[in-house]
Design a protein around this ligand. Structure first.
Ligand code: ZN
Ligand code: ZN
Length: 409
């Protein structure tokens, strides 16, 4: 199959299985400029599926960097609130959302840490009204990737630029199942497997998960009404979508005050253009009380100081070490892929739909039930072939859940 064929199948998969766009729906897309060929294919498939208006907002690494190099200091407390308010208005009116990512994972490495933190904070605050509609699954949405030259260079630094780009595209196609004979059918089957796993876990009603591995000895309490999710999800607008392509995780809501012990990251984290490597933290009563990173420690410290909820967990996710992305052996330096190669946790905002009736509760009711609230939501990888996880039942009894990184049963 040629690259053009694969790109077209990938675009169709995104529109059909990812967004499942409904006739009469608008679509708002964000994408790096390098993703233009993919955006064109997506746009055509969206209109053919009945979309009434497709609008794409482009970003560009070089212009992002220009701000850090040349903008006046006051720039870093600004954000495009008017644009994000417009996006929120579109979502409230029923528009679907597609995010195509592919930024240089190390774009902002070497820039002023304080400026990066201020800009992120201003952006997170301005984006919040739109993010709440996305995180609360008010609409059908999807995040996918497009290979770009700087991203490919960071993943395959030893290859010539063209070969690196081609190799990254092929990895994206394979991990997304776009290279299968019938990608849409492959996703139906994959979703069924993930649903079976969430049904098993939901029936268990574990009170906590207990982790043991190199540098890790951690207990994560789950909220009482937690709901395991994975694969496709039913949005509140009645449309079933796959919010991430690829996705291999099942995930649920940790209790914001019931996390204790130490945990070590197993992969580097790329956070807003900076690499954070060798993360090791200690939790006490749900809060990070000690944090260390071999690299990017100051960025990590700023990240978890964003607000009160930024030092507490909002998500816990299980991914078998035998997932296709893990088996590829590639470290993508990108959370969409790396989080689906390993079990992970996320600090910050929790997904309200991972708690029973969570989407209908007030902020106060959510907090008292153990849900976390924050301007950020950042996943980092703690899974490996050496990690064992037990499910802890309400009476304290433990049963093997994962052994050496794979499902115990
Ligand atoms: Zn996750
Ligand atoms: Zn997450």
């Amino acid at each position: 199959m040629t690259h053009a064929d694969l790109l077209d199948r990938y675009a169709r998969l995104i529109v059909r299985s990812g967004l499942n766009i409904a006739p009469g729906q608008e679509l708002v897309v964000t994408a790096p400029v390098e993703a233009l060929p993919l955006v064109r294919r997506v746009t055509e498939h969206a209109y053919r599926a009945g979309a009434t208006l497709v609008t794409t907002l482009y970003g560009d690494d070089v212009t992002t960097l220009a701000r850090y190099q040349h903008a006046p200091d006051e720039s870093f407390d600004k954000a495009t609130g008017w644009l994000f308010d417009g996006m929120a208005t579109a979502f409230k009116a029923g528009a679907a959302r597609l995010a195509i990512i592919g930024e240089d994972p190390a774009l902002l490495a070497g820039q002023d840490v304080d400026k990066v933190a201020r800009a992120n904070r201003a952006r997170s605050k301005a984006y919040r009204p739109a993010l709440e509609l996305i995180a609360g699954h008010a609409i059908n949405w999807c995040v996918v990737a497009a290979a770009t030259a700087p991203w490919a260079r960071s993943v395959f630094p030893d290859l010539p630029a063209d070969a690196a780009l081609e190799k990254l595209w092929n990895a994206i196609f394979a991990c997304s199942r776009a290279d299968q004979p019938d990608p849409v059918a492959a996703w139906v089957e994959h979703s069924r497997n993930l649903r079976q796993r969430t049904e098993l876990l939901n029936a268990k009603r574990y009170a906590a998960l207990s982790y043991r591995g190199p540098g890790t000895d951690l207990t994560i309490g789950l909220v009482d009404g937690h709901v395991w999710k994975g694969g496709e999800s039913l949005s509140r607008n009645g449309i079933t979508c796959n919010a991430n392509i690829p996705t291999e995780e099942v995930f649920t809501m940790p209790h914001r005050a019931r996390v204790d012990g130490t945990v070590s990251a197993t992969k580097p984290l790329s956070y807003q253009g900076t690499f954070i490597d060798g993360i090791r933290v200690r939790f006490e009563a749900g809060r990070i009380v000690e944090a260390h990173a071999d690299k990017g420690g100051d960025v990590f410290a700023n990240m978890i100081a964003t607000d009160e909820g930024a030092a507490r967990l909002g998500e816990v996710a299980l991914v078998p070490h035998s997932s296709p992305i893990a088996r590829s052996g590639i470290v993508f330096n990108n959370t969409l892929f790396d989080e689906n190669a390993a079990s992970h946790i996320a600090v910050g905002q929790s997904y309200t739909d991972t708690m029973k009736n969570g989407s209908t509760l007030s902020a106060e009711a959510l907090a008292s039930a153990g849900a976390n609230a924050s301007l950020i939501h950042v996943d980092w990888m703690i899974g490996s072939g050496e990690l064992d996880i037990d499910g802890v039942l309400a009476n304290g009894a433990k049963e093997p859940l994962m052994r050496k990184g794979d499902w115990a049963a």
